[in-house]
Design a protein. Structure first.
Lengths: 454, 307
């Protein structure tokens, strides 16, 4: 391979892309899009309908009059009537959203409460009523059973347990970790790799198709080897990806810092400093660790934060960043070679469908395993998928923040490198034949033949 | 004259068809060489093998008496049949890129491009994107990028297809000029009149085999059919009667008082004999032998090889 030719191709791929308006725009708005992608499911899940629902309650048992607490959008009006059937016909005209009928045998018969309405009530409405009735019933049953102070007793004995997780590393060094934090870091990096492989892998594919449809490719390969052209393109786009990633990281960090200061000024450095100071004091006086229920309850929130902070300090972001770059590049190079081969085999993007399936399946699978891995980073499933090169960049990246034995990480990296070289070799053989083929619907059998050509 | 290219027994097959079988071609330095043949005969495969885009299954290519090596590609200029440019790139930037891929330094490439852009009057396009240019304009840019590194061997695959008449003519003139400077040019073409006009030697490929090769004039002479064309003024009837003893009259045309007849000798006759017969009777304006055109030879050979 001529290094100079490779460099020229690399330079062209890089410089034409880095100047594109779409690249500059994506670099700036990327973090916002990410934030929107992560936050929008949360917002949608917590979204509540603002409409006020006035519910008429016909309580034949007389146990729940004025007992169901009202909420922002739920009002309850208690009605005394025996003519339930008539009420059901007229409630709408009277301005009620629905009718809640509580039968007289509610305390011992199941299914004795019915909510009538014209539109489907959300689960939250049903849940609210169910819980309120249940609580009230329990309270009344306590009185019936003469357990007058039970509620107070329960309040008094309520305890708080927060487990600190300390990993003992080889050599006996102790390290405080936090599952939630590891999960966040793992999820974010796994997802980013998935996203980047698709985003930039398909850029490689589109670049190859572009050269083919523009009919420039034959001119180019009369000057450079197809392998140089393919690798130059893949590397040029990798450089673009790294730059974009770095820009996103820097922008996100600054957004978070600014956002935190603006939205939650109370979580400031001084607060965390206080927590750390407390922590140090506790460590200095281990004999005085007296379990005091009251103080522990007060400090529940601060304890969590303290734990988070210590875990933050204990997570080796250098190692994670290094691993991220490695697995990102490894995964990208592996898939980019496949994407390049696909691009070379087709005449336009619409024809890529049939070849995209084998690329998409392992990536989607990796995402499913990733979710499992977040809860169970050392399971057999996670172990194997973090070794198999097609899924390892994503799955291993989720495991790393939880701590992975060196040999597993090393093996996974080694396998990734070997597979990437093998795939690149195969892809290059398909590529050099494919780029010169026009107007032919290509099958998998054809691709196999191309690999065997001299 | 030294051979610049010697194709020795080259074969190449793709999954289900033989593209070249045992093809051998010699191309002398400094000539224009025509690669002829119907579609799918194997011309483009041979051209791609010459450009080292694909490798032959067997056989070898000699460049200046040495086996062709990867570095030799610097001395080749190639304009493929499927030719194009990056649509979104600027003309100058793109030309510079292609020139540098051929091994020119940035400064040298810049200097030469400026010269050629001036010569072809396309200097004002430097900062335009290819997609803003017409097809004919893009062809000029392609031509410049093909020859910018002053290759000793130029290969044009179907150069006249897709070129408008003005650009085709420009291309012809540039080919002639390059030949005068000593560049060897290989062109594949369907356009037989341009082959006759430009090519010194040709090779005819059909169904993966080289079925005819040699010097264009020699080939045409070897296919001579003793056909002559005679123009004269005077008694037309008399000439016809006299000539019919030894010749078939193929065609007879009268334009004002000038008669032109095409005749074919019945046996082998010396050209002068006809003149001896007719000169005493009419005023001879011109007399020449009609050699078969390449088109005719092409069709005849292709048909013969398919039988």
């Amino acid at each position: 391979m001529s290094a100079y030719n490779f460099f020229l191709v690399f330079q062209r791929e890089f410089s034409t892309r880095v100047r594109k308006r779409s690249f500059i725009i994506m670099t700036i708005i990327g973090p916002f899009l990410f934030a929107a992608m992560i936050l929008s499911p949360l917002l949608l899940a917590t979204y509540e309908e603002e409409e006020l629902k006035n519910i008429a309650v016909i309580d034949s048992s007389h146990l729940f009059i004025n007992k169901i607490p009202e909420t922002k959008n739920l009002k309850f009006t208690y009605i005394q009537t025996d003519k339930v059937q008539e009420k059901l016909k007229t409630f709408n005209q009277e301005g009620f959203w629905g009718v809640l009928f509580i039968s007289h045998n509610v305390t011992y018969a199941p299914n004795s409460v019915t909510l009538y309405s014209q539109s489907q009530p959300g689960t939250s409405v049903k849940y609210h009523i169910e819980e309120s009735l249940k609580k009230e019933m329990e309270r009344q049953l306590m009185y019936t059973n003469k357990l007058y102070d039970l509620e107070k007793t329960i309040q008094a004995i309520k305890s708080h347990v927060n487990i600190r997780i300390v990993q003992i590393e080889e050599g006996g060094k102790m390290k405080e970790t936090n599952d939630t934090l590891a999960m966040i870091v793992g999820y974010a990096s796994g997802f980013l790799i998935y996203f980047f492989i698709f985003l930039f892998g398909s850029q490689v594919m589109r670049g190859v198709i572009e050269e083919k449809t523009n009919r420039i490719v034959e001119v180019i390969v009369s000057s450079v080897k197809p392998f140089e052209l393919m690798m130059g393109k893949i590397a040029g786009i990798a450089a673009i990806a790294l730059i974009q990633f770095t820009a996103w990281l820097l922008l996100t960090v600054s957004f978070i810092t600014i956002g935190q200061k603006a939205l939650f000024p109370e979580i400031s450095l001084s607060e965390t400093n206080k927590v750390v100071a407390q922590d140090i004091m506790q460590k200095q006086q281990p004999t005085q660790t007296v379990i005091n229920i009251q103080s522990q309850a007060i400090d529940d929130k601060t304890a969590k934060m303290k734990e988070f902070y210590t875990a933050m300090n204990n997570i080796n972001f250098g190692v994670i960043f290094g691993c991220f770059i490695f697995f990102f590049l490894g995964g990208y190079l592996l898939y980019a070679a496949i994407f390049a081969a696909i691009g070379s085999a087709v005449d336009n993007e619409a024809d890529t469908q049939q070849f995209m399936l084998p690329v998409t399946i392992p990536l989607i699978l990796a995402i499913y395993v990733m979710i499992n891995t977040m809860n169970n980073p050392d399971s057999n499933l996670s172990f194997w998928f973090s070794l198999i090169p097609l899924t390892s960049p994503i799955v291993m990246m989720v495991r790393i923040p939880f701590g992975v034995p060196y040999w597993q990480a090393g093996l996974s990296m080694g396998l990734l490198v070997v597979t990437f070289i093998a795939f690149t070799w195969l892809a290059a053989r398909i590529y050099r034949t494919g780029i010169l083929m026009y107007g032919k619907k290509v099958t998998y059998r054809e691709l196999y033949k191309w690999i065997k050509y001299k | 004259m030294q051979n610049i290219i010697h194709v020795r027994n080259v074969s190449k097959s793709f999954s289900n068809h033989q593209a070249l079988s045992n093809a051998s071609i010699e191309i002398k330095e400094g000539i224009v060489f025509g690669l002829l043949g119907p579609n799918g005969a194997g011309k483009t495969t041979l051209i791609r093998i010459l450009n080292q885009i694909i490798a032959p299954d067997s056989g070898e290519i000699m460049f200046k008496e040495q086996p062709l090596s990867a570095e030799d590609i610097r001395h080749f200029g190639y304009l493929p049949e499927e030719r194009g440019l990056y649509k979104k790139m600027k003309v100058g930037e793109q030309a510079l890129y292609l020139a540098r891929l051929k091994g020119l330094s940035k400064q040298e490439a810049n200097k030469r491009l400026k010269y050629w852009f001036e010569k072809l009057k396309i200097g004002s396009w430097w900062d335009k994107r290819i997609e803003e240019l017409s097809k004919g304009m893009a062809q000029k840019v392609q031509f410049v990028t093909t020859i910018i590194h002053e290759p000793s061997l130029l290969i044009f695959d179907e150069p006249f297809s897709g070129f408008d008449p003005i650009n085709a003519n420009m291309l012809k003139n540039e080919i002639k000029e390059l030949k005068e400077k000593g560049t060897t040019i290989i062109l594949s073409s369907h356009n037989m009149s341009s082959v006759e006009e430009l090519c010194d030697d040709i090779a005819l490929i059909n169904r993966s085999k080289v079925i005819l090769q040699g010097n264009v004039e020699e080939i045409r002479h070897s296919y001579r059919k003793n056909i002559f064309e005679l123009s004269f003024t005077g008694n037309h009837e008399e000439v016809v009667t006299l000539a019919q003893q030894h010749y078939h009259i193929l065609k007879s045309i009268q334009n004002h008082h000038i008669h032109t007849i095409t005749l074919q000798a019945k046996g082998s006759v010396a050209e002068n004999d006809l003149l001896k017969i007719v000169v005493p009777h009419v005023q001879v304006l011109s007399f020449k032998e009609v050699l078969p055109g390449m088109e005719e030879i092409f069709i005849e050979n292709v048909k013969k090889s398919q039988e």
